[in-house]
Design a protein around this ligand. Structure first.
Ligand code: ZN
Length: 227
């Protein structure tokens, strides 16, 4: 699962909880941030194999600290607890239900990975592996990613008060994400090394976080500045 994760970020943001979209963008990919970091450190193991599944080249044969069910629950709890200090540090409005939503957003990553991944998600440690393996079916997996993203963006557009500029920016961002998913699913490429793949995750995911930040900050600032 790739851009489908962002559907949860878009869907979770509302005028009531006021969770910044960029925070949710980190939350829904939090487990992959942990994973990419641990792969770079050589602690978690990854093989990149052409044609490993129809829709992905990633053979994550050892990732218990980022992607086991127990680890996912722990990281989600840490995120929910960490949301309060983050808000007071950055001066964001804080609410208990918002903290819960952030925790669920982190956990949603595991649920969506469970659908897409082959049996590589451990329940705990590196044992009892599960995964429904939708990645073995390229078109349905792609359709699910795009379908989820579409629903998420639609919810974002209806649950938030948005200027026309911000609406356009969100839709444009959605289209960019679809294009990136098309490239990821359908454009053949030579497999990168495990470390390069993890680096790519850091770079691309962070780029998306920056865009999510800019969509809510710059566009709304421009809006307030207009007389
Ligand atoms: Zn993942």
């Amino acid at each position: 699962m790739f851009v489908g994760h962002y559907s949860v970020a878009f869907a979770a943001r509302s005028e009531r909880n006021r969770i910044p979209l960029w925070v949710l963008f980190i939350a829904v990919q939090f487990l992959d941030y942990v994973w990419a970091t641990l792969v770079l450190l050589g602690i978690e193991k990854l093989r990149v194999i052409k044609g490993f599944t129809a829709g992905s080249m990633l053979d994550s044969y050892f990732h218990p600290y980022s992607h086991s069910l127990i680890a996912a629950i722990l990281w989600s709890s840490i995120a929910a607890i960490g949301y309060k200090p983050l808000c007071s540090w950055l001066g964001y409005a804080y609410g208990k239900s918002a903290a819960l939503i952030v925790g669920f957003a982190v956990f949603s990553h595991w649920i969506l990975d469970l659908i897409a991944h082959p049996r590589d998600l451990a329940i705990y440690d590196n044992t009892w592996k599960v995964g429904f393996g939708l990645w073995n079916y390229r078109d349905p997996e792609f359709a699910l990613e795009i379908g989820l993203l579409g629903v998420g963006i639609m919810l974002y557009l209806t649950r938030n008060v948005l200027s026309a500029a911000r609406k356009t920016a969100v839709i444009a961002f959605g289209i960019v994400l679809v294009v990136i998913q098309i490239g990821d699913t359908y454009v053949p490429r030579t497999p990168l090394s495990d470390k390069a793949t993890a680096m790519g995750v850091w770079v691309f995911y962070t780029l998306f976080v920056v865009v999510a930040f800019l969509i809510e900050k710059i566009v709304s600032r421009r809006q307030t500045n207009t007389p």
